[in-house]
Design a protein around this ligand. Structure first.
Ligand code: COA
Length: 214
């Protein structure tokens, strides 16, 4: 896979099941401010739950993940950036059930209840004609080199390839880097969800739903 946007030896490809653990690590790193309070500082558990979640999304969630690696003299690096894009049918009920099972197993009943409630934001009701972007992350040392933009373009291409007429995503109202990226790429605000609970626990009150026509 080559978007033509990446230079300096970066390679973009579809993720395989062997990449799930690394993707989980990237997601925990990228959203550490969210995961730390959700998992009460236990980032090892956050990575375990996220690995399972990524695997479930691939198997029953209609999601494809893309990753970027860097080609060096020593071969390809570990993945440095990743995105998930939902273009297929998702069995949302099974996904929620299995996520709940994983949280319970990892955390015990009451912490699992708290984490599940916090992780349920933002809420998205899938639209048949829409591709949906999730968990776009770039590792800290490789930010501002165009990796996120390249992944977003490729996600849009996947959406077009699946005959979707739009692509949507959610971003927190305090994520100015990501908002700038999406706005410069033509995504427009459709609606906002507000949650006093995530405002209190995560410092994120508003979740913005953005969309772009494909
Ligand atoms: C947001 C994020 C994915 C951007 O990744 P990136 O690879 O650094 O972004 P790019 O280099 O492709 O930048 C594309 C554009 O985004 C905007 N942008 C990215 N980082 C920015 C920053 N720190 N400040 C201002 N604008 C920024 C700019 O418009 C930039 O274009 P430019 O470099 O031509 O000015 C990355 O910072 C990240 O992983 N953050 C943590 C996880 C996250 O918030 N993901 C988004 C979830 S919705």
């Amino acid at each position: 896979m080559d978007t033509g946007l990446l230079d300096e030896g970066f390679k973009l490809r579809k993720a395989t099941p062997e990449d799930n653990r690394v993707i989980a690590g990237l997601v925990v790193e990228g959203f550490v401010d969210k995961f730390r309070p959700v998992f009460r500082g236990r980032l090892d558990r956050a990575a375990d739950v996220m690995e399972r979640w990524v695997a479930l999304e691939h198997s029953i969630g209609g999601v494809t993940s893309l990753i970027v690696e860097h080609e060096t003299d020593g071969g390809l690096s570990a993945p440095l950036a990743s995105i998930g894009v939902r273009t297929g049918h998702s069995d949302d009920e099974a996904l929620s059930r299995k996520l709940w099972g994983t949280l319970r197993e990892q955390l015990g009943l009451f912490p699992a209840l708290r984490s599940a409630t916090l992780l349920s934001h933002p809420r998205y009701n899938p639209i048949k004609t829409e591709a949906y972007v999730e968990r776009l992350v770039v590792t800290n040392d490789y930010k501002r080199r165009g990796l996120a933009r390249s992944l977003l373009y490729e996600a849009e291409a996947l959406g077009r390839g699946a005959d979707k007429s739009s692509i949507g995503l959610h971003v927190s109202g305090i994520n100015h880097e990501a908002l700038t990226l999406y706005e410069t790429e033509g995504y427009e605000e459709i609606s906002r969800q507000s949650s006093w609970l995530t405002g209190y626990a995560l410092g994120i009150r508003d979740w913005i739903y953005l969309k772009k026509s494909l």
